[in-house]
Design a protein around this ligand. Structure first.
Ligand code: AVJ
Length: 328
């Protein structure tokens, strides 16, 4: 098991370290990514506490349609699923964030007994879990701080049916091959007879996509640059975030929105004792956000052993939610 731990275990350590501890996994990933010919940073590193806050602000932007579009679709999805999940079940949410999207499911599906939200952002998850627990006192809320890029050990083993929940088109951050291996891992984690409810953004007009990742208020730019501030904070680097320009565009050939940070001048940055040189105009690739047509997504799911049982499409096909069943 890799970097997954229960919040409840984490609080057993009551002695705080006196000096900041460098997270070697983070440090190694950053040094490796910045040494590649096309410099890159993994999108999961956006989500420190500041980044999770920026992401919540993105979700309130008029241009960023995936959030509200999916949220508007969920009450109908939940009503339809109430008849499918009639026996006691456990929901496992991957990349749970602020725990908003689970609420319509909890309200409509009374057979949900346990909820296991997994997120990489510990404090954010802990606060959201406490709030959810007080809103749903009869539900067992068992948060797990972990990186779902790796198999995660679930805190409760029971023989209840497990239903995975992976909203927000977070799967779009993986390239298709990684997405297939995530889906295979999830099938293993959730076990036989499991289902996975997954939200996936659709292909659409490039201009519409462009606007969603280039908002007028510049919040997405702040979110993007925060990854450099985080590297400064946690790894003692000396990036000047203002010397990098937010650049996001739809790459139609690859079917993905790419986000980059483009160096506005020639510069050298110190990261953990390594000098990282940037040419003027050179970019760090910080995120991919793949978009799938329903046909493409059904094929991807099938390649990982999941059968698409139901599809819900939002207005103008702006977003899709799929119920997948483990074919065993
Ligand atoms: C949370 C990964 C789904 O890719 O649309 C929002 C993150 N990046 N604006 C996405 C994001 C820029 C978002 N995901």
């Amino acid at each position: 098991m890799h970097s997954a731990q229960s919040l409840f275990q984490a609080t057993d350590f009551n002695l705080a370290p006196l000096t900041p501890v460098v997270d070697r996994g983070f440090a190694d990933d950053v040094l490796h990514g910045l040494a590649l010919p096309q410099k890159q940073l993994h999108a999961k590193y956006f989500y420190d506490q500041q980044g999770s806050d920026y992401f919540d602000q993105i979700c309130q932007l008029p241009e960023y349609y995936p959030y509200q579009t999916e949220l508007d679709l969920l009450p109908q999805v939940a009503t339809d699923l109430a008849g499918t999940f009639t026996a006691d079940c456990t929901i496992v949410e991957f990349g749970a964030g602020s725990l908003v999207k689970i609420k319509p499911l909890l309200s409509a599906i009374s057979s949900i007994r346990q909820f296991i939200p997994i997120d990489i952002s510990g404090i954010h998850l802990e606060m959201a879990s406490q709030q959810l627990q007080s809103d749903f006192p009869d539900l067992a809320v068992l948060p797990v701080v972990g990186d779902f890029c790796f198999p995660v050990e679930l805190p409760v083993i029971g023989n209840q049916q497990k239903v995975g929940f992976f909203p927000g088109s977070t799967i779009g951050n993986f390239c298709p091959a990684q997405a297939a291996s995530f889906l295979k891992n999830a099938r293993f984690t959730l076990g036989p007879d499991s289902c996975l409810l997954i939200g996936v953004d659709t292909k659409k007009s490039p201009l519409y996509l462009h606007n969603a990742y280039n908002d007028a208020q510049g919040i997405t730019a702040k979110f993007n640059r925060n990854i450099l501030s985080r590297i400064n904070r946690e790894l003692g680097a000396n990036f000047t975030p203002e010397k990098f320009e937010h650049y996001a565009f739809y790459n139609a050939g690859q079917g993905r929105v790419e986000m980059h940070l483009v160096s506005t001048s020639e510069q050298v940055v110190d990261v953990l004792g390594s000098s990282v040189a940037f040419a003027a105009g050179e970019s760090i690739h910080t995120e991919n956000s793949y978009k799938y047509t329903p046909d493409e997504f059904c094929q991807l799911a099938a390649s990982a052993g999941w059968q698409v049982e139901r599809t819900w499409l939002a207005k103008q096909d702006l977003f899709a939610t799929y119920l997948l069943r483990n074919r065993g």
